[in-house]
Design a protein around this ligand. Structure first.
Ligand code: NDP
Length: 250
């Protein structure tokens, strides 16, 4: 059912065309927000644009590499020009380049840090200006439980996701009095293209550590993001909300 709680707001969702980002895009649109999606593939971009527009919301589709600061600057200029009420930012785009440490090339490290961490800095720096003027803003960063527990073969990803948590808290402290909240959502294992390549053996082992007894779906994460974007979450800032079926506790 459509919930217009975000009417009058617009959200930019990086990587908002597929997986968790797609569910976030559709959930925010269902709640009344206009949307800007930033991703790389024109095919998935065209599909999500059509879906959002069929819900009666505006959808600006921007093809850009979020790991490129110049492309991010241009994307933010375009998005704020076309959607002046842009006051929700979801830093969701992410990649993995898994290798054990001795085999991890400099490029594997740099690519993951650029897309999974530095992009959030570039988008947040650009878009908090408009949020400050509107005296309302939501910065929501999609981190991972791996950023809190580490993982063999994911030193780059864990470092980026842990960095994102520190970044989230710093933004919360800098912008706390300006009506802008900054929070991180830490998914556990969510069934998307990113996790589709894992072997049944790894999946089986993981399932044994999930008290909920199931893997997550993208909608599990999207519903939490929509809550953090809402007025009702205005006194929640600087937090990390785990959406992991209880995989990591304490
Ligand atoms: P997917 O691989 O399914 O989707 C990733 C999205 O990010 C795609 O839309 C892709 O664009 C976009 N993207 C990737 N690189 C870039 C780039 N350089 N520039 C612009 N867009 C880019 O990933 P998930 O949905 O699984 O993951 C979403 C987020 O959730 C990530 O940050 C991930 O780390 C995090 N996460 C995921 C978990 C999981 O189990 N799936 C667990 C914990 C965290 P395009 O459509 O053009 O390919």
């Amino acid at each position: 059912m459509s919930d217009p709680g975000l009417q009058g707001h617009a959200a930019l969702v990086t990587g908002g065309a597929r997986g968790i980002g797609r569910a976030i895009t559709l959930t925010l649109a269902a709640r009344g927000a206009d949307i800007a999606v930033v991703n790389t593939s024109p095919e998935s971009a065209a599909l999500i644009k059509a879906e959002v527009e069929s819900m009666g919301r505006k959808c600006l589709s921007i093809q850009a590499d979020v790991g490129d600061p110049v492309a991010v600057k241009l994307a933010c200029e375009r998005a704020t020009a076309e959607l002046p009420e842009l006051d929700i930012l979801v830093n969701n785009a992410g990649i993995t380049r898994d290798r054990l440490l001795w085999r991890m090339a400099d490029e594997d490290w740099d690519a993951v840090l650029r897309v999974d961490l530095s992009a959030a800095f570039h988008f947040t720096r650009a878009l908090t200006r408009g949020m400050t003027r509107r005296k309302f803003g939501r910065v929501i960063n999609i981190t991972s439980v791996i950023g809190q527990m580490g993982n063999a073969g994911q030193a780059n990803y864990a470092a980026a996701k842990a960095g994102l948590i520190g970044f989230t808290m710093s933004v919360a402290k800098e912008f706390g009095t300006k009506g802008i909240t900054s929070n991180a959502v830490a998914p556990g294992y969510i069934e998307t293209d990113m996790t589709a390549g894992l072997t049944d053996e790894i999946k089986g082992a993981m399932l044994g550590h999930i008290p909920a007894g199931r893997f997550g779906v993208a909608q599990d994460v999207a519903d939490v993001v929509a809550f953090l974007a809402s007025q009702e979450a205005s006194y929640i800032t600087g937090q990390v909300l785990r959406v992991d079926g209880g995989m990591l506790m304490g």
